[in-house]
Design a protein around this ligand. Structure first.
Ligand code: C2E
Ligand code: CA
Ligand code: CA
Ligand code: CA
Length: 279
């Protein structure tokens, strides 16, 4: 029995080593990818449900690996978050996002807003605010066109610190959206404590709007709650015309999802906008 126990332990520890090894390998590849410029920001349009116009976009990270092909952020971000890679990668995203805003401005799309996802550890770091100041000045862009998306769980990790950060961002005119709204374990009372501009209704509530009366009720209540607090609302994961018209009828301000467009490279986004303008 004793040797069997040791055998199990060895098996367990080998499996653990394999997992650790896999993670370390992935982390090394990601550092290399940063050096070799294998990342790209895809842009997904955000549409005003009132006018039908594209009023902004969300920046979504993509990794083009020479052998693995395109890797989605759900495989990249968790690994990056376990090491200091998240700071380097998060910084790359901010640099690229401010460049995109400067490109839009040159191309006559100077009113489009760009939303960028922030990870929890980026929000805790002390470098974020001075770095944003520097990047905004360098790109010569209007800070009000930059929106930072912070998930509900990131915001609630340290509500006092979040409150301070959001106040600083507001002073600079940078917009803040609460991402994945409704998925975290949190009280609604924080909404009035935080200096936020909008909330994003999680795709999980949008998908079954047509068939699930509870989801429909939650979405309706969320829109009216947000509006009564002076916040605007964006719904994510909108895939059908029914979902879009339901959201519009409830007064939801904007929507984002495959119904309108999938995330795309910046050059494709420019053509998309030109085609939209020509219509
Ligand atoms: P998220 O912030 O909730 O982003 C929305 C996700 O939904 C994106 O997945 C987007 O491609 C996808 N999506 C958009 N419309 C639809 C739709 O109509 N149907 C469906 N089924 N999906 C839709 P993506 O690009 O794979 O990103 C996944 C997550 O990775 C993001 O979720 C975000 O949490 C994280 N992420 C992406 N880019 C970054 C980044 O630059 N920094 C950080 N920290 N996180 C990022
Ligand atoms: Ca997001
Ligand atoms: Ca989201
Ligand atoms: Ca989500």
């Amino acid at each position: 029995a004793k040797s069997e126990g040791r055998g199990n332990f060895q098996f367990f520890s080998q499996a653990m080593n394999a997992a650790t090894h896999e993670r370390v390998m992935m982390e090394n590849r990601l550092w290399q990818a940063l050096g070799e410029n294998q990342f790209e920001l895809y842009l997904q349009p955000q549409v005003s449900l009132g006018s039908g116009d594209v009023v902004g976009a969300e920046a979504l990270l993509r990794w083009h690996h020479p052998e693995l092909g395109m890797v989605t952020p759900s495989r990249v971000i968790p690994i990056a978050e376990e090491s200091n890679l998240i700071f380097a990668l998060g910084d790359w995203v901010l640099v690229r996002a401010t460049e995109v805003l400067a490109e839009w401005r040159r191309d006559g799309m100077q009113t489009l807003r760009l939303a960028v996802n922030l990870s929890a550890r980026q929000c805790q770091g002390r470098e974020l605010l001075p770095r944003l100041d520097q990047l905004i000045a360098r790109a010569g862009i209007d800070p009000a066109l930059l929106e930072l998306e912070i998930t509900e769980s990131t915001a609630m990790r340290d509500p006092e610190a979040t409150r301070g950060l959001l106040r600083e961002l507001r002073e600079r005119g940078i917009h803040v959206a609460i991402d994945d709204f409704g998925t975290g374990y949190s009280s609604l009372s924080y909404l009035k404590l935080f200096a936020i501009d909008r909330i994003k209704i999680d795709r999980g509530f949008v998908t079954d709007i047509e068939t699930d009366a509870n989801d429909a009720a939650i979405v309706t209540a969320t829109v009216s709650l947000a509006h009564s607090l002076g916040l605007t609302v964006v719904a994510e994961g909108v895939e059908t015309a029914y979902q879009s018209s339901f959201l519009r009828s409830r007064g939801c301000d904007e929507a984002q999802g495959y119904l309108f467009a999938r995330p795309m490279p910046a050059a494709e986004f420019r053509s998309f906008m030109q085609a939209a303008r020509a219509r």
